[in-house]
Ligand binder design. Structure first.
Ligand SMILES: Nc1ncnc2c1ncn2[C@@H]1O[C@H](COP(=O)(O)OP(=O)(O)O)[C@@H](O)[C@H]1O
Ligand SMILES: CC(=O)OP(=O)(O)O
Ligand SMILES: [Mg+2]
Length: 368
């Protein structure tokens, strides 16, 4: 079946046209809404995508939808009701869900007879047990306002955990894998027998690891303090913690390649940013080793995870006592397995492929 996959991000749209698992066409429209960007807004970007690909004989459109709330554990065909649900979740994923909604709206208008299917970042994390999703806050408030951990990047964590188990010949129903998705957004996940049991992002894609422009974990008092003592309006605090935090906040650069260059040149701010970034990863690895009771594999993926030997080495340094070591030469070459022969915990580099995973989930859903 011919499937168009749309991965609409906060400022970009990635698209890929599949026939089965073969890629017929793909592309990226970047810096949407910025001066000199590829498109003025998401709608214009999606019109460009639709004009660029041959839509003849298309069987379905698969949409990456970041926030699906509590209800969706699998890919779901989009009708008016689901569209409204995704709209209702915009406050919980303000950087991401609006982009997906424009993609769905444009695709429905141009292709009214083609099924549109949503694949949610949150779906894979529906298996996290109640004690892994509840925040210890007033339970009546949490219930009324849907406050809980949802978790994100699920499509990527699911794909990479499965690929890792295949690569290492681990039994799919028992493998314990810690997946580290380090892209612009970044999150860690503990996967037991192919099911997510813990993840670092929470109610929104804001908590957990340090990211390009997002803070990751901070004490909530930071927000009260910035409001009450520093006098910043709440919108400005949100902007600061989502757009001017993370690597950007610490080093003035959101791109890990630039941070690494400045660090190599001896810039103290870039050095601190790199160290905070890697230390946070190590803290989550320790947490998930405890949650899983040990791990068969730790796997790095996405832009930073797949391409930065420095981040991989620093994040797992000093863990030999726990059976975790990295072979420097293998790491430098970004080989699939970067732990030494015979290591108790295998350390891997496995490229993610959210678009392929979305296409496969869409096919499975429509053939059900
Ligand atoms: N060779 C590299 N070394 C370090 N970081 C890299 C390298 N290549 C890409 N990256 C980083 O990967 C990040 C983007 O990851 P990616 O998975 O493409 O993001 P997205 O979430 O937009 O899909 C950027 O911070 C970029 O700096
Ligand atoms: C959920 C999320 O953070 O996505 P991205 O990494 O694409 O921003
Ligand atoms: Mg991404």
């Amino acid at each position: 079946m011919k499937i168009l996959v749309l991965n609409s991000g906060s400022s970009s749209v990635k698209y890929r046209l599949f026939n089965g698992t073969d890629t017929l066409a793909k592309g990226l429209i970047e810096r949407i809404g910025e001066s000199g960007g590829d498109a003025g807004d998401h709608e214009a970007a999606l019109q460009q995508v639709m004009a660029a690909v041959d839509l003849d004989g298309l069987g379905a459109v698969g949409h990456r939808v970041v926030h699906g709330g509590s209800e969706f554990g699998r890919a779901t065909v989009i009708d008016d009701e689901l569209f409204a649900v995704i709209e209702g979740l915009v406050p919980l994923a303000p950087l991401h869900n609006p982009a997906a909604l424009s993609g769905i709206a444009v695709a429905r208008k141009l292709l009214p007879d083609v099924p549109q299917v949503a694949v949610f970042d949150t779906a894979f994390h529906q298996t996290i047990p109640p004690d892994g999703v509840a925040y210890a806050i007033d339970a009546s408030l949490a219930k009324r306002w849907q406050i809980r951990r949802y978790g994100f990047h699920g499509t990527s964590h699911a794909y990479v955990a499965r690929k890792t188990a295949e690569l290492l010949g681990l039994p799919a129903d028992r493998a314990r894998v810690i997946t580290l998705h380090l892209g612009n957004g970044a999150s860690a996940c503990a996967v037991s027998g192919g099911r997510s049991v813990a993840t670092s992002m929470g109610m929104s894609p804001q908590s957990g690891l340090v990211m390009g422009t997002r803070s990751g974990d901070v004490d909530p008092t930071v927000i009260f303090h910035l409001h009450r003592v520093a006098g910043l309006p709440i919108e400005e605090i949100e902007r600061s913690l989502t757009r001017f935090a993370g690597l950007q906040g610490l080093a003035g650069e959101n791109d890990m390649r630039t941070v690494q260059q400045h660090r190599a040149d001896g810039d103290p701010a870039a050095t601190l940013a790199f160290d905070v970034y890697c230390r946070r990863i190590k803290e989550y690895v320790g947490t998930y080793l405890a949650v899983l009771g040990g791990a068969d594999a730790i796997v790095f993926t996405a832009g930073v995870g797949e391409n930065s030997p420095e981040v991989r080495a620093a994040s797992l340094a000093g863990l030999a006592e726990l059976g975790i070591t990295i072979d420097a030469a293998r790491n430098e070459r970004s080989e699939r397995i970067i732990s030494p022969e015979g290591a108790r915990v295998r350390v891997c580099v496995v490229p993610t492929d959210e678009e392929l995973e979305i296409a496969q989930q869409v096919t499975a859903e429509l053939q059900k």
